[in-house]
Design a binder for this molecule. Structure first.
Ligand code: DGT
Ligand code: MG
Ligand code: MG
Ligand code: MG
Ligand code: MG
Length: 267
């Protein structure tokens, strides 16, 4: 068939194929969640409804899209790692990034009620997305370590800050001044000596964030069976199924990676 004279505009499209062999990371982050968390009365410093909804939306991304081996989230952000051998959407960066962010955003709205109940969603939230390529396992692990270290630093600061305000009666300005120039050890000390809070005993999800991976899980269910001339009996059936599981553990050290050797592909 003859091409129309308009056909040439196709050539304006740029090639955005991601380099082969690299892990493709899509990180999304809530747009202006400072305001969003205020307007929706998120509990400070950590709102389990909001974190649960983020996890639920990330689960939807992993289940609906192909080739994601691990996702890591904290605060208003989530990173999704595509297998380095993935050829989904011919590795086109814009396709991967927009599918991740739109699947996530629509899920965030779709599941809102499951986490916030009758509290209404006041306006449509949005998330930005970016694509980063990591050529080696070490680079990818360092990327995830960077995000988890960020989670730790922010959570220790926020926990101490809001404890000084909520339990210590300081104004936010006073709390900020008090924490100016303090190291991690100082914040642990403030929590422990002034408020009897052992930071190590805080919720793992708040300290470590959420890692989602695929695992083989045994699922047992009961089934009713009826054989001819016999009474109906119940039997237990165990099936092994690939499922997304959530972990709130350290992913900086080697242990997590040794326990889950299938996440990374060999360099
Ligand atoms: P952006 O990303 O440049 O559009 O701007 P923001 O405001 O989203 O900034 P960002 O992403 O650096 O910081 C995340 C904000 O979300 C931060 O103001 C704290 C808020 N946030 C996230 N999770 C929680 C939570 O569980 N509780 C509360 N109270 N706030 C949260
Ligand atoms: Mg944000
Ligand atoms: Mg953020
Ligand atoms: Mg189409
Ligand atoms: Mg496990």
């Amino acid at each position: 068939m003859a091409k129309s004279k308009f056909e040439y505009v196709r050539n304006f499209e740029l090639d955005d194929t991601c380099l082969k062999n690299c892990y493709i990371v899509v990180r999304l982050d809530g747009r202006n969640f400072h305001k969003f968390s205020d307007e929706h009365k998120f509990i400070k410093p950590n709102d389990n409804r909001a974190l649960g909804l983020m996890r639920r939306s990330a689960l939807s991304v992993m289940e609906e899209l192909d080739d994601i081996t691990i996702a890591y989230g904290q605060s208003d952000e989530f990173s999704f790692v595509f297998k380095r051998s993935s050829n989904w959407f011919k590795r086109r960066a814009s396709k991967l990034m927009t599918h991740v962010t739109s699947q996530f955003s629509s899920s965030f709205v779709f599941y809102w009620k499951e986490y916030f109940g009758e509290q209404p969603l006041l306006y449509p939230p949005s998330f930005d997305g970016r694509v980063v390529l990591y050529p080696s396992n070490q680079n990818l692990r360092d990327y995830l370590s960077w995000r988890q270290a960020d989670c730790h630093i922010n959570n220790l600061y926020n926990t101490t800050f809001w404890t000084l305000v909520q339990k210590g009666g300081l104004t936010t300005t006073e709390a900020e001044l008090r924490l100016n120039g303090t190291q991690a050890a100082d914040k642990n000390e403030i929590l422990f000596s002034e408020f009897s809070i052992n930071y190590n005993s805080e919720f793992p999800m708040h300290k470590k964030g959420t890692s989602l991976i695929w695992e083989m899980v045994n699922e047992t269910s009961t089934k009713k069976i009826k054989r001819p001339n016999e009474a109906e009996t119940e039997v237990t059936v165990t099936r092994t199924r690939k499922k997304v599981t959530a972990h709130h553990c350290d992913i900086i050290g080697d242990q997590f990676w040794e326990e889950h050797p299938d996440i990374l592909e060999r360099d």
